[in-house]
Each structure stands twice: as C-alpha cells, then as structure tokens.
Design a protein around this ligand. Structure first.
Ligand SMILES: Nc1ncnc2c1ncn2[C@@H]1O[C@H](COP(=O)(O)OP(=O)(O)OP(=O)(O)O)[C@@H](O)[C@H]1O
Length: 241
C-alpha cells in the first residue's frame, strides 16, 4: 500500500547530536487521523517536531506526498501543505479571534481567504460570534478551536497536533475530538499526539505506541483498544469501552 500523505521511514532524530527517536516509522494515509500515544518522555512531540523541521533529523527519511522533506525547513513545509498546532501558547492572546485566524495565512496564503475562513467557521460555529473578541478571553476549548482554525487557514492537507486536549475538561475533550473527526472528513489528514490515549484511540484510524523513542505497538484504534498488553501498560488497564 502506498501512503499518499506522510511516510516516516526508519527515522532517527533528536536535539543537537542526541538521538531521541530511533529507527521510527509512522504513516498517514489520505483522510486519516493517526494517533501517537506512549508514556511521558517517549519522544512523541519529538516525532512531530522532526516532521515539521524543528529539530535535528539524523537518518532515515520523511516523505510527504511522494516527496522527501527530510531536509526541508518549516518555512518550506507550510506552503507545501503541512501545518502544525503546538501544545501550548498556541494562540496570540491579545489578538482577536479573527486576527489569530489571519496569522495562519502569512506563511502560505490560501487561494481564497474568505472561502477558507467561511469553511473553518462552519467547522467551528462557536467562533462565529467571537471573531472580534480577544483570544485570551476564550475558554480553553475555544482557544484550541482557534489554534486548529489558524492551522487550517493555509489550506493544508496534513495537520500536526500536539496534545490538542491538554488541560481541557473531560466534557470538552469529546467536543474537540468530534471536531477533529469533522476536520478529517473535510479532507485534511491529521497526525496527533495525545495523552488521553483511550479517547484518542476511539477516533484513530490508525495508531502507534511509542516507548523509549521506538515503535512498540501499532494497529487501528480499535485493535489497540482491544490489545491486552497495550491496555495494561498504556491505557490504565480495564476492559475496552
Ligand atoms: N529541546 C530539547 N532539547 C533536548 N532534549 C529535549 C528537548 N525537548 C525534549 N527533549 C527530550 O526528549 C525526550 C522526549 O521528549 P518528548 O517531549 O518528545 O516526549 P513526549 O513523549 O512528547 O513526552 P510528554 O508526553 O511528556 O510530552 C525527553 O527526554 C526530553 O527531555
């Protein structure tokens, strides 16, 4: 099977000369949500940073839409169709919601900014009447919508999300995951790191468990939720729900 969107092959990457992830693989196909889970410090964020050109890629390859991006800089990746949402500080609190969305067009202007913004507001209707409000005044969940919305403003085909539900209440968690399903169904593939592993696996088309910088398990979200070892070691035990 060929992977149309992203193919991370045998990747070793880290910071300076220190490797954190080693010989790792991960793939994202068209229209998929792919989730990376694993213990603290496993290297999940490091993988996302490597794909987005934010740290040292040492060996292996990263292929986006059949083209190697192993040596590409972040500033080149956004116009190619990759966007990212960092884990924290991901909105400009003193800018309005609309200004935050507009920032997302700076690195790669969409073909039709008005149409792209309208599409995003259709996905996140909660933001419609808050366009002139400062992003810092919004709830955590709404801020997360702004951050994802901003990433979508460059019309990406792949977005990288680092713990989109970090710090959110359990009620909001479901809201954000539902929205991500809608984003996927709108034609944008998602590679996402998540601490709320059980819930994230429920929406995952495919998932990888990363341990100590190496691939440990992989499968569809449903397969991993039913895997006894994965459940015991990474999902807090208990029967699948
Ligand atoms: N900028 C950096 N420079 C040096 N080492 C780093 C840097 N960022 C992260 N590390 C190290 O890389 C390792 C993996 O960190 P990473 O943030 O990728 O893990 P993670 O799986 O995302 O963890 P968490 O779930 O806690 O966010 C850790 O040992 C961390 O200390």
């Amino acid at each position: 099977m060929s992977y149309k969107i992203l193919d991370v092959q045998n990747l070793t990457a880290g910071y300076g000369k220190l490797p954190i992830i080693e010989n790792m693989h991960a793939k994202v196909d068209d229209g998929q949500i792919v989730v990376i889970v694993g213990p603290n410090g496993a290297g999940k964020s490091t993988l996302l940073k490597s794909v987005f050109g934010l740290n040292s890629r040492m060996s292996g390859d990263i292929v986006f839409e059949s083209q190697s991006i192993f040596d590409a800089k972040t500033s080149e990746l956004v116009p190619m169709g990759i966007s990212a949402v960092p884990q924290s500080h991901n909105v400009f609190p003193t800018l309005t919601v609309e200004e935050n969305l507009d920032v997302g067009t700076f690195a790669a202007p969409p073909k039709d900014k008005t149409a792209t913004k309208a599409k995003i507001l259709q996905l996140f209707p909660d933001l419609k009447d808050k366009l002139r409000q400062q992003a810092g005044e919004l709830s955590g969940g709404q801020r997360q919508m702004v951050a994802v919305g901003r990433a979508l403003m460059s019309d990406p085909r792949l977005i990288l999300l680092d713990e989109p539900t970090a710090g959110l209440s359990p009620a909001y968690l479901e809201v954000i995951f539902d929205l991500l399903l809608q984003v996927r169904d709108s034609g944008v593939s998602i590679l996402m790191v998540e601490q709320n592993a059980k819930q994230a696996l429920r929406i995952a088309d495919y998932a990888y468990v990363l341990v100590n910088g190496k691939n440990a398990y992989e499968g569809t979200g449903a397969e991993l939720l039913e895997n006894d070892e994965v459940r015991k070691s990474f999902l807090g035990g208990g029967a699948p729900k």
